[in-house]
Design a protein around this ligand. Structure first.
Ligand SMILES: CC(C)(COP(=O)(O)OP(=O)(O)OC[C@H]1O[C@@H](n2cnc3c(N)ncnc32)[C@H](O)[C@@H]1OP(=O)(O)O)[C@@H](O)C(=O)NCCC(=O)NCCS
Length: 217
C-alpha cells in the first residue's frame, strides 16, 4: 500500500477519504497517512472513528522523507488547486483517483495527473482532461470535450459533447453546459445554471439560461 496524503481538512477532504476507501475495497492501493493544511486548526482529524495526523503544509514539504508519498487534492476551490499545481504538481506523485463505478471508454480518454473522479460520474468517448480537476458525484462529460486544469465540477453537473473548459473554473451543483460551448478561465457558474452561450474569463454567471452578473475577482 502506498502512503497518500490529502490536501485539506474540510468536508471535501472527508469525501476523498471515502473515495480512497472505495478504491481500496476494489484493490488495496493506498494507506491514508494524514492530511495537509496551510493553517491547521487542529493536529488531528477524526473520520469514521479513525484519528489522522494533520500536517502544516510548509513544514511538511521541508521534510524530504515525504517525497515518495502520493498526494490527493481535497479542497473544492479552483484558486487553491491552482496554487497546489504551481507549488507541487511537477515534483510529487498525484495519482488520478477514480471511483470503481465510474463509466467511460477509458482507452479514448486522456487524463493528466491528480484528477479526482467520484462515484457515479460518466465520461463517454474521446475526451481530454488536464490535471487536478474535481469531478464530483454523478457528473457527466460528453464526447470530444476538452477540460484544462484545476476545475471544480460540482455534483450532478452535465457537460455535453464538444465542450471546451479552460482552467480554474467552478461549475455549481446541477449546472448544465450545452454542446460545443466554450468556457475560458477563472469563472464561477452558479448552482443549477444552464450555459448556452460561450463565457470568456473571470465572470460569475447564474441562472437559466445563465447570464453574467459580475466579475470573479
Ligand atoms: C454563483 C455563486 C458562485 C455566486 O456566489 P457569490 O459571488 O457569493 O454571489 P451572491 O451570493 O452574492 O449572489 C449574487 C446574486 O446572484 C444570485 N445567485 C447566486 N447564486 C445563484 C444561483 N446558483 N442561481 C441563481 N441566482 C444565484 C443571488 O441570489 C444574488 O442575487 P441578487 O443580487 O438579486 O440578490 C454561488 O451562488 C453558487 O451558485 N455557487 C455554487 C456552489 C455549489 O455548487 N456548491 C456545491 C458544493 S458540493
Amino acid at each position: 500500500m502506498k502512503k497518500i496524503y490529502i490536501f485539506g481538512t474540510g468536508g471535501f477532504a472527508k469525501e476523498i477519504y471515502f473515495l480512497i476507501s472505495e478504491i481500496n475495497k476494489a484493490k488495496s492501493t493506498f494507506e491514508v497517512a494524514g492530511f495537509i493544511d496551510l493553517q491547521p486548526k487542529s493536529q488531528h482529524l477524526e473520520i469514521g472513528g479513525n484519528k489522522f495526523d494533520v500536517f502544516d503544509e510548509d513544514s511538511f514539504f521541508k521534510d524530504s522523507s515525504n517525497a515518495d508519498a502520493s498526494f490527493a487534492i481535497g479542497i473544492g476551490n479552483p484558486k487553491v488547486l491552482n496554487s497546489i499545481k504551481s507549488k507541487y504538481l511537477s515534483a510529487y506523485d498525484f495519482p488520478n483517483l477514480i471511483h470503481p463505478n465510474v463509466v467511460g471508454l477509458f482507452e479514448t480518454i486522456q487524463f493528466g495527473k491528480g484528477n479526482i473522479i467520484t462515484a457515479g460520474c460518466i465520461f463517454t468517448v474521446d475526451i481530454t482532461i488536464g490535471s487536478l480537476n474535481i469531478f464530483n458525484l454523478n457528473s457527466t462529460i460528453g464526447h470530444d470535450s476538452q477540460i484544462g486544469d484545476c476545475n471544480v465540477i460540482n455534483p450532478g453537473t452535465n457537460i455535453s459533447g464538444g465542450v471546451y473548459i479552460g482552467n480554474n473554473n467552478l461549475l455549481g451543483t446541477n449546472s448544465t453546459v450545452l454542446q460545443y460551448i466554450k468556457i475560458g478561465n477563472n469563472n464561477l457558474i452558479g448552482a443549477g445554471a444552464m450555459l448556452n452561450t460561450n463565457i470568456e474569463n473571470n465572470k460569475v454567471a447564474v441562472g437559466l439560461p445563465a447570464k453574467e452578473i459580475k466579475e470573479n475577482k
